[in-house]
Write a protein that binds this ligand. Structure first.
Ligand SMILES: [Zn+2]
Length: 431
């Protein structure tokens, strides 16, 4: 099974058993007859067209008269019946070297399009005919049901003893909160953010995520040991696999907790991230270099080559995308993704090119100050988010900038404001 976070717009299905009513059994029988009729039509159409099966839409036209005169169900039910008939013939053709024959559908099973489905108070409502509904209790439901049922239904598969409901995850129409946004800059050991509410910068902060980085590193180290110590290749591979698995579970668990807390603390905001999915090689390299530098700086004294190789492994697996997806999924508001290009090369206050004399510093010759690089990036991302919302914001034009500016200035002790593990706020004495 694919993982729920795999991509936006994925489908998830829950399956449960039920006892069909007389009406539903009759419906399933009638639909099986319809599918069999459709198979016969499709077969004869293929025979007169070089063995080419018609499309479901063409097939539907050939059945329309029959359906209108003989079938007493809502018009929509003809569509999945045609798709089903074509699918059955297509798979037969594929498995039999392009040959076709009339196959009889025996199973009582019918797909129902989303137009005819609704969920009301834990009941699945199926439109049998206009204004005539059948209800199925959703009782023995999947543990993910509450999560998935927030989303749009794609289709339902009904058999004489099972119901499969497929949801389209991620197509939820979430509201865009364009006057209260939180922009995130994701780094190796920290996550920096800036909140802009009603045209004022209200907060910038740094969340310590070194714990996640440490887990990555610890497990990478463990695997290096396994590589060197276990001679039996089968055993070694098994151990390596176990280690990767364990690491993934731990990281996921940490990210789940972190993102839940962040979303709960900011439930009234639109989240803004750099769009990492569309970053071409260049951009990705950039982001990685950034972290690489970050780490090398922390470990100047040790063997550089070894270090950078080790950190490259960590960096490639630092779960930026996973973090974004968890937030996107959990937030009840729309999440925005902004173009990452230049978010840390241009001063968000005046637009001047930034210099970076050391990694953590962004220096603007025009503003004449040195900024905390990551926080300044998060400000940039928030500003871009507001532009995307159609509510442009200029940092220098906002009165809050002057009261907030100190929070963006570079200070050597200017790290770790909040540790998500114990959710304890550290005293923050910058400037
Ligand atoms: Zn500037």
């Amino acid at each position: 099974m694919t993982h729920p976070w795999k991509s936006n717009g994925d489908k998830r299905t829950i399956v449960f058993e039920y006892k069909p009513s007389g009406t539903i059994l009759k419906y399933l029988n009638d639909m099986r007859d319809l599918i069999n009729k459709a198979i016969i039509n499709a077969y004869s159409m293929a025979k007169s067209n070089n063995n080419e099966l018609p499309s479901p839409i063409v097939l539907r036209k050939s059945l329309k008269n029959y359906y209108d005169n003989n079938i007493i169900y809502a018009k929509h039910h003809i569509n999945p019946a045609c798709r089903n008939a074509i699918a059955i013939l297509r798979s037969y053709k594929k498995n039999n070297n392009g040959k076709l024959k009339i196959i009889k559908a025996k199973r009582l099973a019918m797909r129902i399009d989303s137009e005819l489905i609704r969920i009301d108070n834990n009941k699945l409502r199926i439109t049998i005919r206009p204004n005539e509904y059948e209800y199925i209790d959703i009782v023995d439901k999947n543990r993910k049901y509450n999560e998935y049922s927030k989303y749009k239904i794609s289709e339902v598969l009904l058999t004489d003893n099972k119901v499969c409901i497929t949801f389209i995850i991620g197509s939820l129409n979430k509201p865009l909160i364009n006057n209260n946004i939180i922009g995130f800059d994701l780094n190796f050991k920290t996550i920096d953010y800036t909140i802009i509410k009603d045209n004022e910068i209200v907060e910038t902060n740094t969340i310590d995520t070194s714990d996640i980085a440490k887990t990555q590193r610890d497990y990478a180290r463990k695997r290096t040991k396994i590589q060197g110590h276990i001679k039996n290749p089968e055993k070694r591979n098994r151990k390596l696999k176990e280690s990767r698995h364990r690491q993934r579970n731990i990281i996921r668990d940490k990210l789940q907790k972190l993102t839940t807390k962040i979303v709960n603390d900011n439930s009234d905001k639109t989240f803004v991230f750099e769009d990492l999915t569309n970053i071409k090689k260049e951009g990705r390299k950039n982001k990685n270099n950034r972290n690489n530098k970050n780490n090398n700086e922390d470990s100047k004294a040790s063997n550089k080559n070894n270090k950078s190789k080790r950190f490259r492994t960590d960096i490639n697996t630092w779960p930026y995308r996973l973090f974004q997806r968890f937030i996107d999924y959990k937030s009840k508001n729309k999440t925005l993704y902004v173009n990452p290009e230049g978010t840390f090369s241009e001063c968000p206050v005046c637009g001047e090119k930034l210099k970076h004399p050391i990694w953590k510093i962004s220096e603007c010759s025009n503003c004449g100050v040195t900024f905390n690089r990551d926080r300044l990036s998060s400000l940039s991302i928030s500003v871009r988010g507001l532009h995307l919302c159609g509510t442009p914001f200029t940092v220098s034009g906002s009165s809050s900038w002057y009261s907030m500016r100190n929070n963006y200035l570079y200070h050597p002790d200017h790290v770790i404001i909040e540790n998500f593990n114990d959710c304890k706020k550290y005293v923050h004495n910058n400037a």
